[in-house]
Write a protein that binds this ligand. Structure first.
Ligand code: ADP
Ligand code: MG
Length: 614
C-alpha cells in the first residue's frame, strides 16, 4: 500500500490544537535539554527573591531535576495558574513589558516543562503555615493543590524529561555531558547573583557549593570556578559608569586569548545574553591587541534602566534590543578599549625573533635586497643551499624538513641559474614583516608568510595524525596549565585523544593539568596556550560534530600555534625555504581559515597598473 500521509495531511481541515500540544511546541523552543529546565527553574527562584537555592539531579537531570528555594512562594490559589500557559505574576500590561525587571515574563516555562515531563509543584508562601503540592498532570490540576509540608519557599520537581517526546530524547547526550551543561548553567547564573548561595547535588552526592560572595575577592573566586584561575591571573578588572550605563567585570588580557568564543560571558541587567551589538563592540575593542582569529575571554556586566532595553526579542531571551544602540555600543567600545590600551603583548609589528644561524654570507641576513636581478637572486639562493648544508630553514619554528626537501634536489637548485624557475620563484624581500615578495617566471609573487606556514604545518600534522605517526618529544620541564574544573574533566575524558595528537597530559588537581610531551612539529609553540585552545575546540566540536570535523579543527588550531607569526624577520634563505615547501604542500594555496596564502601579479598586470604600452 502506498503511504499517503503527506497528501492526507494537506487535505485536512484547520483545527485548534489541544493545549498539551501547544505547550509541547513551546517547549520545543525553550527546552532543549535538562540544562534548559535548570535555567528556567533557577530564574524563577531568583525572580522570587531566593537567597538560598538547592539543585538536585539524577542521571544528568534526565531522571530528575529538583530545584528548591527560599523565595516568596506561591499562594495556594495561584498554583494552578502557575502551570497555565501565558500566566505570569511578573507583568500585567504593555507598559510592564517595556520595562521588564525580572528574568521571566512570558509565563511559558512551567507549562512547557510540564508538557514534556512529570512535574510537581510544592510551595509555601511566607505567611502560610503549611505548603501545598500540585502535580502537573491534567488529573492533578483538575483536583487542585493538596496540603503538604514544606518550608517557606518553592520546590519544583521535574522527572523523566522528554518521556513523551521520543524525538527529543534521542538528542540527549550522555549523563555526564548533560550534567556538564547543567553545571555550566548553574555557574554562569551564579556569576550575576553574588548574594545567592547555590548547592548542587548529582546522584545523591554534593558536587558544588557556591557560597554567597560579599566582596570582589569572593566574586573572583566565582569567576575562577567557571573560567579557571588562569583567567583571573591574567585579566583586568573594569568599572565605568556614564549617563545611566554601568559596565563592570573582568577582561582577559591578550595573553589569555583563545581559539573559541567559549569564555565570553556578558550580562545585561543580570541576564546572560549573546548579542550581536555587544559582540561587535567587544571585538572592536580587542582588535588592536589580539592576533587575527584569536578570541578574547571576558565576564562583563552591563546595568541600565530596564526601560532602555527590550528583552522580548528572543524566546529563550538570549538576545536583547537596546533602545539607544549607538550609545551603548560606543560606551562599551570606549570603556573596553581604554582598559585594554597598553596591554598589547603581541602587537603584530613586534618582531618575535631573528634567526641567528651560521650563514656564510652576510648578504642573506638582509631582509630587504634592493636591486637584485633574477639571476643574482637565483645564484644567491643556490649558494645558500649547497648540498649538506643544514639549518637554513625555519627550523627554530619547527619546519625543519624544509631544508631537507631542498637538499634532496641539489641539481634543481643548480638549474636555477639557467632561468628555470620553480613555480613560486625566488624571494626578493620581506614587506613589513608580513609578506614575502618573490619573483617567478610570470612576474611577482606575494606570500602571506604566516598563512603559508600555517598551511604547511597543518598538512604535515594532518598526515602524521592520520598515519598515527605524530612525532613527539618530552618537555624537559613539564608545564602546568590552570584550567576550570569543567576543562580538567574534559581533558581527563579525552586524554587518549590528546595522545593521538602527540600531547601527553595528566590531571594533577581539580583545576590543574600537566603537559608532559608535545609534538615535535610544535616544539616552539606555547604548550599551555595550545592545550587551552585544544580544550576549547574539544568542548565546542567534540560534542556535536563528526569526529573528522573535530580533528580538522583541532589540527588547524595546532598548526596556528606552530606557525611563524607575522612580524618575524626572515632571511632570504628562510623565505626561499618556505616557498619550496609551499610548492610541495598539498593545497598550499589556502591557509586553514580559507584565506589565500599567496597571489601572483603577472608582468601584464603590473604593466597595466603603470599604463605601460597603452
Ligand atoms: P514566568 O517566569 O515567565 O512568569 P513561569 O512559567 O516560569 O513564567 O512561571 C509562572 C509563574 O509561577 C511565575 O510568574 C511565578 O509567579 C510563579 N513561580 C514559578 N516559579 C516560582 C518560584 N520558584 N517561586 C515563586 N513563584 C514561582
Ligand atoms: Mg519563568
Amino acid at each position: 500500500m502506498v503511504d499517503n500521509t503527506l497528501s492526507a495531511e494537506i487535505g485536512m481541515r484547520i483545527q485548534k490544537l489541544p493545549s498539551q500540544l501547544i505547550n509541547q511546541i513551546a517547549a520545543g523552543e525553550v527546552i532543549e535539554r535538562p540544562a534548559s529546565v535548570v535555567k528556567e527553574l533557577l530564574e524563577n527562584s531568583l525572580d522570587a527573591g531566593a537567597t538560598d537555592i538547592e539543585v538536585e539531579l539524577e542521571q544528568g537531570g534526565i531522571k530528575l531535576i529538583r530545584v528548591r528555594d527560599n523565595g516568596c512562594g506561591i499562594e495556594r490559589d495561584d498554583m494552578v495558574n502557575a502551570l497555565e500557559r501565558h500566566a505570569t505574576s511578573k507583568i500585567q500590561n504593555l507598559e510592564d513589558l517595556e520595562r521588564v525587571g525580572t528574568l521571566g515574563f512570558r509565563g511559558e516555562a512551567l507549562p512547557s516543562i510540564a508538557s514534556v515531563s512529570q512535574l510537581r509543584l510544592i510551595s509555601r508562601p511566607e505567611n502560610s503555615d503549611h505548603g501545598w503540592v500540585l502535580p502537573g498532570t491534567p488529573e492533578g490540576i483538575a483536583s487542585g493543590p493538596q496540603p503538604a509540608s514544606h518550608p517557606p519557599g518553592t520546590t519544583i520537581e521535574v522527572c523523566d524529561l522528554f518521556f513523551n517526546v521520543p524525538a527529543r530524547r534521542k538528542f540527549l547526550r550522555t549523563e555526564k555531558t548533560e550534567f556538564q551543561h547543567i553545571d555550566n548553567i548553574v555557574k554562569r547564573i551564579a556569576l550575576s547573583w553574588p548574594g545567592v548561595e547555590i548547592r548542587l547535588r548529582h546522584n545523591q552526592r554534593p558536587v558544588d557549593h557556591i557560597k554567597s560572595a560579599a566582596d570582589r575577592e569572593q566574586m573572583e573566586r566565582r569567576v575562577a570556578s567557571i573560567c579557571g584561575s588562569g583567567f583571573i591571573e591574567q585579566c583586568l578588572y573594569v568599572e565605568n559608569s556614564v549617563s545611566g550605563l554601568k559596565l563592570s567585570g573582568w577582561l582577559g588580557l591578550p595573553t589569555f586569548s583563545r581559539s573559541q568564543t567559549d569564555m565570553q560571558f556578558f550580562f545585561v541587567n543580570r541576564r546572560m545574553v549573546r548579542d550581536k551589538l555587544v559582540g561587535h563592540a567587544v571585538r572592536q575593542a580587542y582588535q588592536d591587541v589580539l592576533y587575527h582569529g584569536r578570541q578574547p575571554a571576558f565576564v562583563l556586566f552591563l546595568d541600565m534602566d530596564p526601560a532602555m532595553v527590550d528583552v522580548n526579542a528572543h524566546p529563550a531571551k538570549h538576545e536583547v534590543r537596546f533602545r539607544e544602540s549607538r550609545l551603548v555600543h560606543d560606551f562599551l567600545f570606549k570603556t573596553l578599549q581604554q582598559a585594554l590600551a597598553g596591554t598589547q603583548a603581541g602587537k603584530t609589528v613586534t618582531p618575535i625573533h631573528r634567526m641567528e644561524k651560521a650563514f656564510s654570507s652576510t648578504a642573506d641576513r638582509q631582509p630587504f635586497q634592493p636591486g637584485l636581478n633574477m639571476r643574482e637572486v637565483a645564484a644567491a639562493y643556490t649558494a645558500f643551499y649547497s648540498p649538506g648544508d643544514a639549518g637554513h630553514s625555519l627550523s627554530e619554528q619547527s619546519v625543519s624538513p624544509a631544508s631537507s626537501a631542498v637538499r634532496e634536489k641539489p641539481e634543481s637548485a643548480q638549474d636555477t641559474t639557467s632561468d628555470c624557475f620553480p613555480p613560486l620563484g625566488y624571494a626578493l624581500a620581506q614587506l613589513h614583516g608580513i609578506y614575502i615578495l618573490a619573483q617567478n617566471a610570470g612576474g611577482l609573487v606575494l606570500v602571506d608568510m604566516h598563512a603559508a606556514h600555517e598551511r604547511i604545518t597543518y598538512e604535515k600534522l594532518k598526515a602524521a595524525y592520520v598515519g598515527h605517526s605524530v612525532q613527539t618529544q618530552p618537555l624537559l620541564v613539564p608545564e602546568t596549565v590552570l584550567v576550570s574544573t569543567l576543562e580538567a574533566d574534559l581533558a581527563e575524558t579525552h586524554i587518549s585523544r590528546f595522545k593521538d595528537y602527540g600531547i601527553e597530559l595528566e590531571r594533577i588537581g581539580p583545576e590543574q593539568l600537566r603537559i608532559l610531551q608535545t609534538p615535535l612539529l610544535l616544539s616552539h609553540a606555547d604548550a599551555v596556550q595550545l592545550v587551552r585552545d585544544m580544550l576549547a575546540d574539544l568542548a565546542s566540536w567534540g560534542d556535536s560534530r563528526r569526529m573528522s570535523d573535530a580533528a580538522d579543527a583541532i589540527l588547524a588550531t595546532m598548526a596556528c600555534h606552530a606557525s611563524i607569526r607575522a612580524g618575524r624577520l626572515l632571511t632570504l634563505a628562510e623565505m626561499n625555504a618556505l616557498l619550496r615547501e609551499m610548492e610541495q604542500t598539498e593545497r598550499s594555496g589556502q591557509c586553514n581559515h580559507g584565506r589565500p596564502t599567496w597571489v601572483q601579479l603577472s608582468i601584464q598586470q603590473l604593466d597595466k597598473l603603470f599604463m605601460r604600452g597603452q
